[in-house]
Ligand binder design. Sequence first.
Ligand code: ZN
Length: 179
Amino acid sequence: MLQPIRLISEAAEFAAHRHTGMARKGRGNEPYINHLAEVANLLATATDGADAELVAAGWLHDTVEDTDATREELAAKFSERVAALVVEVTDDMTLSKTQRRQKQIEDAPHKSPGAKMIKIADKISNTRARIGPNLSEDEREDLAAYVIWAEKVVAGCRGVNPMLDVKFDEAAKTAKSAF
Ligand code: ZN
């Protein structure tokens, strides 16, 4: 396996390159890489830098779902565990959005501890991005629907890392005061 700093650096560059030109939902159409950086940094902070593969998987967590990257490519370039973590948090895009959201709730309790941490970090980042001043009616509805669903997914992921659980609860609380 790559040396830890190289692993994370390569993952960040790979993700930045593959997500080029993509914007994230909410908060002024930030570049997608802002979301990946936030998720990776939440994971690094919550584990105090103890798990380089987890942080690398944080950078890469949307590459199979949203870009042309494949599991095989991630396994060859990074590691089998990094690839497995990314695949664990990848939605089946042949399903409808409603089906995917329902499947995330059902599957969450059966995920590995690492995948549960990535899931929570993802929900923290996506909730935060939807909170802002002067939300429109549509944005408030989207925020409410997102948070109510995210709470159900996170319920199946709790207990692995207390810091992530608390940060999600804080984001959800702030969100609820906005709708
Ligand atoms: Zn994500």
